[in-house]
Write a protein that binds this ligand. Structure first.
Ligand code: F6R
Length: 241
């Protein structure tokens, strides 16, 4: 695992842009993308860059159940608002949060993943160590599935919604098995509320209780952290950018 500690989220976005540019330069055509607060500066850097994704495919990690693609808090809307409006891809895939048959939708998504091998997978991390919406206890070989979000994740997501009752309780998420198939993984984390999860992910045992700890078993992972997220690491400060 390569750990890059930066001053703040803005510097993190610039470091992440370099990872995307290097991936494009070596011919990566399939990008696994994430949503949430963490990748906002990365997408801002991609938007401001001269990188062109019209020959590429994007596959997002997850989508809330019950939100239409044009709902302002849906991840489909988020992706359009933060990236796709300026950087269209040849095709962009997200799970359909309104699917009437979630099992069939998960199978469709697994087929999308089988058809397109991800070259670079972008990840954030939950305070409880989740990646995608693979909450603690999720199997490391899991496929796309419907998830009951934990109270911790629902509470963390509440900041994006006007009323607590509006926060979705369920999501469709890529499984950890698919995430681990990516050739390279870039995980970003910013802020002190991620410090414990980052410490457990990097220095703790590999356990389904901390889903991100599985990344210790992936051969090509880059982690971009600000100093607050890196604060509990014994290696903090060894790498910087
Ligand atoms: C988002 C996703 C989640 C988030 C995580 C952190 O597509 O799959 O794992 O990356 O919940 O969210 P933020 O970045 O809002 O702290």
């Amino acid at each position: 695992m390569q750990i890059i500690v930066v001053k703040d989220k803005v510097a993190g976005g610039k470091a992440a842009l370099k990872v995307f540019a290097a991936a494009k330069a070596r011919g990566v055509k399939v990008f696994g993308l994430a949503t949430g607060g963490t990748p906002e500066t990365t997408y801002a850097e991609l938007v401001a860059s001269d990188l062109d994704f019209t020959d590429s495919i994007s596959i997002n990690l997850d989508e809330y159940v019950g939100l239409a693609a044009d709902h302002p808090q849906s991840y489909a809307y988020y992706m359009h608002h933060h990236l796709f409006f300026a950087k269209p891809f040849a095709a962009s895939y997200l799970p359909n949060g309104l699917a009437t048959d979630p099992a069939a939708e998960c199978a469709r998504y697994d087929q999308v993943l089988a058809d397109h091998h991800v070259g670079l997978q972008l990840l954030g991390i939950g305070r409880n160590g989740h990646i995608g919406f693979n909450e603690p206890g999720s199997p490391f070989d899991g496929t796309t599935h419907e998830v009951a979000l934990t109270p911790s994740t629902i509470a963390a997501n509440a900041r994006f919604f006007a009323r607590p009752a509006d926060v979705p309780k369920r999501a469709l998420s890529m499984g950890i098995g698919a995430i681990m198939q990516a050739d390279q993984i870039l995980l970003e984390a910013y802020g002190s509320d991620k410090a414990a999860a980052i410490q457990a992910m990097i220095e703790g045992p590999v356990t389904t209780a901390v889903p991100a700890s599985v990344l210790q078993q992936h051969p090509n992972v880059i982690v971009i952290l600000d100093q607050a997220a890196a604060a509990k690491l014994s290696v903090a400060g060894q790498a910087s950018a």
